[in-house]
Design a protein around this ligand. Structure first.
Ligand code: ADP
Ligand code: MG
Length: 729
């Protein structure tokens, strides 16, 4: 055995130049060399590749590596070839990207016995001609990388992965090593079952990343919070994940406007720009990459100092993978997620239309993510628990819940209540149903089981759903309760839970955190809701607006709308230039009406000796987003609205909303050509006069009520755009 070990280290040094094995690599490699089936669960970056690459180079024959990441195969193969001089045949890949000639070369090398490692995409593996080819080879072993693709409960299910075992049997038996970084017990079981390796030795590393700091924030003022964070971490490298491509573009634009070196990355961009942006991030000429989850697979930048999730990821697997890209070098790695329950609803809506079974799975994964976000239990504990790992420290000292703990309370009676309720309904229901019984909420499911007549119905009505959700989560963490993932997440009481009922003891629990809802409507306008607005100043600004409005004989909303005043009461602009950074204040508005306001603010700031949050002044990008630029240019060129909408794939309603946003943010637009073309002149005058002389506010409802049935909403909106543009900007 000692000689094997010595030899291993020599080979490691010889081929890869490493001095020592990482984590469990050594016992894993030994197991493979001994010809045993092996299952490896190791977090991303743990060094899984080496677990099959080294034995492949050492053993006789060819190792077949099944991997779904066609794009990464070439890199891997190049890397191996780089280690071994003068032998390009040592590693090859077979996938749909090869030309006929290339495929032929691969075949020749394989049959010559020159190739130690052959990477194959699962869909190539199942091709008859390849099966025939592989049958002629001596195969040292099979490696199934990214093995979670076998499971519908993984985050990247690929049906072809289910066929691996039968195909392998057809090609010829050899030992098997399966590797994955997704380690929920459910996925683990699926993999082992599908590959027929239920009783193999499992090598599981801890998924704990002690250097990562986890934090969840309310999704309020998100853009501003992000800018603030980046400015406080100047020069550090970071990734910001957004769910939609549009958000990626808007946000990266906004960051740029605010002097941050940021670049976008998503699958909708052309390949050149995309890889260019990626390179710039890797080479550090850009600090920040704003990306969809398309970014990051196989990216090995060691010094990413933060990963921000603009939206909650669709699963905790995704969250773990993406946050895992921070602090790979063991240094600082801050992981901040902006959370609003509204996003969960949004994501659930997107799922509609998918097959029911798939929806059910996605929903459960999403609910786990929501529960993680809302819980006030140690994030590390929650996350590791999700991956089937117990984290026993009371306080990890490196997550928001541990650093800023919520008040604890004695939870014995609540735990008992939850467990008893589950038992009373024979452990046949999921969380939602149990909490509905406790709180006493009648819906169709409750009715169909007649649970509203159950004696426990409403027994926990003095607390709300959120409270009981938290108790159930605690019960899960304590292993009193278990979720049957296979079975729609039904809750079962474990033997440990039953023992607790017999002999309960005090347990300290916490309630969930509350996250404020935002009205983030995907508009790039900076929201200031929730930020500390100076109420006294705001009142003074409103007074000033009233008197200016009287003096100029214009309705107040024409001068500045409420959000603008609120923003002023946060940012304290004292010059016209600074004023332009406030929400809804453009060049024209600042010049026309701004002077009095900045004077007032200046005086106020001086008198009260206020430190202004200068570094946080965020420039809005409204005028710069590409859609908006397009609309502004089209209107300048007097294009008909119908045509503009057509080109952009907007409904008229959507186009109006875009135009209103442009005008409300202070840009002047001349749409008279269009109004003249589609409206009667008298009507225009009526509506215009209404806004100028009668209107108390700018709302459509009020206008429709005042103007009666003569005008359509579209007409009112059109004239309002003209009015705001002419008078307010
Ligand atoms: P995974 O597939 O588990 O995400 P990789 O196999 O891509 O991880 O390895 C991650 C990084 O760790 C790579 O840069 C690799 O070169 C490095 N690495 C692997 N094994 C060792 C080792 N024994 N010593 C030093 N670095 C290693
Ligand atoms: Mg890997």
């Amino acid at each position: 055995m000692e000689t094997i070990t010595k030899n291993l280290y020599e080979q490691l040094k010889k081929y890869f130049g490493f001095e020592a094995f990482k984590g469990l690599q050594e016992p894993i490699i030994k197991n493979v060399l001994e010809g045993n089936d092996t299952f490896v669960l190791m977090p991303t970056g743990g060094g899984k590749s080496l677990c099959y690459q080294l034995p492949a180079l050492m053993l006789e024959g060819t190792a077949i590596v099944i991997s779904p990441l066609i794009a990464l195969m070439k890199n891997q193969v190049d890397a191996i070839r780089g280690f071994i001089t003068d032998n390009n045949g040592v590693a090859h890949f077979l996938n749909s990207s090869l030309t006929k000639q290339q495929a032929q070369d691969v075949r020749d090398d394989l049959l010559k016995g020159a190739t130690k490692l052959l990477y194959v995409a699962p869909e190539s593996l199942t091709k008859e001609e390849n099966v025939v080819l592989l049958r002629q080879l001596k195969i040292s072993f099979y490696a199934v990388d990214e093995a979670h693709c076998i499971s519908e409960w993984g985050h990247d299910f690929r049906p072809e992965y289910r066929r691996i075992r039968p195909i392998i049997n057809e090609i010829g038996a050899a030992p098997l090593i399966a590797l994955t970084a997704t380690a929920t017990p459910k996925v683990q079981h699926d993999i082992q079952r599908s590959l027929g390796m239920l009783d193999v030795q499992v090598f599981k590393s801890s998924f704990n990343r002690p250097n990562l700091y986890y934090e969840i924030r309310s999704k309020v003022n998100t853009e501003k919070e992000i800018i603030k964070f980046i400015k406080h971490n100047e020069g550090k490298s970071g990734i910001i994940y957004c769910l939609s491509r549009k958000k990626v573009e808007d946000l990266s634009e906004l960051l740029k406007v605010n002097g941050i070196k940021a670049l976008p990355y998503h699958a909708g961009m052309d390949a050149n720009t995309r890889s260019n942006n990626q390179d710039q991030f890797l080479m550090e000429s850009a600090d920040i990459i704003v990306a969809t989850i398309a970014f990051g697979m196989g990216i090995d930048k060691p010094d990413v100092r933060f990963v921000i999730h603009y939206d909650i990821p669709k699963s905790l697997e995704g969250y773990y993978q993406e946050t895992g890209r921070a602090g790979r070098d063991g240094g600082e790695g801050r992981c901040i997620t902006f959370y609003s329950y509204k996003d969960i609803h949004k994501l659930e809506k997107f799922m509609q239309g998918k097959p029911i079974a798939e929806q059910e799975i996605s929903k459960q994964l999403l609910q786990e993510a929501a529960a993680y976000a809302e819980s006030s239990i140690c994030r590390r504990k929650l996350l590791l628990n999700y991956f089937g790992e117990d984290y026993i420290e009371e306080n990890c000292g490196n997550c928001d819940n541990c650093l800023f703990p919520k008040q604890q309370f004695e939870g014995r009676e609540y735990l008992i209540q939850v467990l008893e309720t589950m038992l009373a309904v024979k452990e046949k229901f999921k969380t939602e149903h149990i909490t509905n019984i406790l709180v006493g909420i009648i819906n169709s499911t409750i009715k169909s089981y007649r649970h509203h007549e159950h004696e426990l119905f409403g027994s926990g009505a003095d607390k709300d759903i959120r409270f009981w959700n938290a108790i159930i989560r605690h019960a899960l963490i304590l292993h009193f309760v278990e979720k049957e993932i296979d079975n729609y997440g039904l809750l079962k009481v474990t033997p440990k839970g039953r023992a607790y009922l017999k002999d309960p003891y005090p347990v300290q629990l916490t309630e969930d955190r509350e996250y404020s809802e935002s009205d983030d409507n995907d508009e790039v306008i900076i929201q200031n809701k929730g930020a500390a607005c100076d109420e006294e100043l705001l009142a003074m600004l409103k007074d000033l607006r009233r008197s200016v409005s009287k003096r100029l004989q214009l309705p107040p909303f024409v001068i500045f709308q409420d959000p603008s005043l609120e923003d002023m009461a946060i940012q304290y602009p004292i010059t016209l230039d600074e004023l332009k950074n406030c929400q809804g204040v453009g060049e024209g508005k600042a010049k026309k009406y701004g002077e009095d306001f900045v004077q007032l603010i200046k005086q106020y700031v001086d008198e009260k000796d206020i430190t202004r949050p200068q570094d946080l002044i965020v420039k809005s990008v409204v005028n710069k987003s590409s859609t908006k630029v397009f609309i502004i240019q089209s209107i300048d060129r007097k294009l008909m609205f119908e045509d503009i909408a057509d080109v952009k794939g907007f409904t008229m309603e959507e186009l109006f909303t875009e135009i209103e946003a442009i005008v409300n943010s202070g840009t002047k637009l001349n749409i008279n050509y269009y109004i003249e073309a589609v409206m009667d002149e008298d009507k225009v005058t009526d509506i215009y006069t209404y806004f100028k002389e009668e209107a108390e506010d700018e709302t459509l409802d009020a206008a429709m009520a005042a103007l009666g049935h003569d005008c359509t909403e579209e007409e009112v909106r059109l004239v309002r755009i003209r009015f705001m543009s002419e008078v307010a900007n």
